[in-house]
Design a protein around this ligand. Structure first.
Ligand SMILES: [Zn+2]
Length: 301
């Protein structure tokens, strides 16, 4: 899959679907993200050179890992050469936070690092649950901050590779890697600094990569019942005070349990208290509850 970008000089460039590189480039063009980090193969170096030439970026290979012939290269991309070197230095220092160099708001970067550095994060709640807890009035959340499918910078588990593959199989044809506007986790779904940055990225994406924006928006601007990073249910629905009327579970699909899936499919309304204690109803009948889940009520602007 490729995403076409219209460049300021009138030419266009096809950006390969490498992780969320297309989103990160939109953030770089919007002057939100001064440095992009990516992993590439040795054979990709020519493509990266042509990408840098097209976008006016410089690149710095700061590490090579693996056996000769099968190496992967850690690369920083950005306009400012000294900032690339500084980011590489911070990136490779133990327990450091390269958030400021990567352009992330200080509030969000500190919130994320606090979660990551907490030893209980190995077994404790996902960062998405903490962001939700830190969100006031969690109704009609801005879709620009939807990080439910931002599977980067989450807690790593040995089964992650298998779970990612299972999710790709469920969502064949849908590039889940680009289902985000912010290339970081916000500190709250009301964070002003992240929202301001998200608006800049979105305006740039609409102008320079309209096909990418069109692919993203219908997936992000909708409510999601959320348990964990590979267990969620995106819904076709309309939110009201304390309840959400819905008609279907829609892609992206997840490893949702059969019981939860059947219960949601049997109902047509979620009753909840501020996004918590989700009850599934149809008409005047309560069918059951969804323990451990909360409602991320993302909506269009
Ligand atoms: Zn923030």
């Amino acid at each position: 899959m490729e995403y076409e970008f219209k460049l300021p000089n009138g030419k266009s460039f096809a950006v390969k679907s490498w992780g969320n590189l297309a989103v990160e480039l939109s953030a770089a063009l919007a002057d939100v993200k001064p440095v992009i980090h990516c992993w590439i193969q040795d054979a990709d170096q020519d493509y990266v050179k042509s990408l840098c030439a097209a976008f006016g970026l410089r690149s710095l290979v700061y590490t090579k890992q693996g056996n000769p012939g099968f190496e992967r290269l850690g690369v920083m991309l950005g306009k400012d050469e000294s900032l690339l070197a500084e980011t590489a230095r911070v990136w490779t220092s133990p327990r450091s936070n390269p958030g400021p160099q990567l352009g992330y708001p200080a509030c969000c970067s500190e919130f994320y690092c606090k979660w990551l550095d907490d030893p209980s994060s190995a077994t404790g709640p996902d960062v998405i649950a903490l962001i939700f807890e830190n969100t006031s009035s969690p109704r009609k959340l801005p879709f620009l901050l939807n990080d439910a499918y931002y599977h980067y910078s989450r807690r790593g588990q040995p089964s992650d590779g298998d779970r990612r593959e299972a999710m790709s199989r469920l969502n064949a044809g849908l590039d889940m890697n680009v289902l985000n506007v912010l290339p970081w986790h916000p500190c709250s779904y009301r964070c002003e600094a992240s929202l301001k940055a998200g608006r800049k990225i979105w305006a740039t994406m609409l102008k320079t990569a309209p096909a990418l924006a069109a692919a993203i928006e219908p997936r992000l601007a909708r409510p999601v019942v959320f348990w964990d990073w590979d267990r969620f249910a995106a819904l076709e629905g309309k939110s009201g005070p304390g309840s959400l009327a819905y008609s279907a579970i829609v892609p992206p699909l997840s490893a949702l349990g059969a019981a939860e899936s059947a219960l949601l499919k049997a109902g047509d309304r979620l009753k909840h208290k501020s996004g918590r204690s989700l009850e599934v109803w149809t008409g005047k009948r309560k069918l059951g509850e969804l323990p451990g889940a909360f409602l991320l009520d993302f909506a269009a602007d």
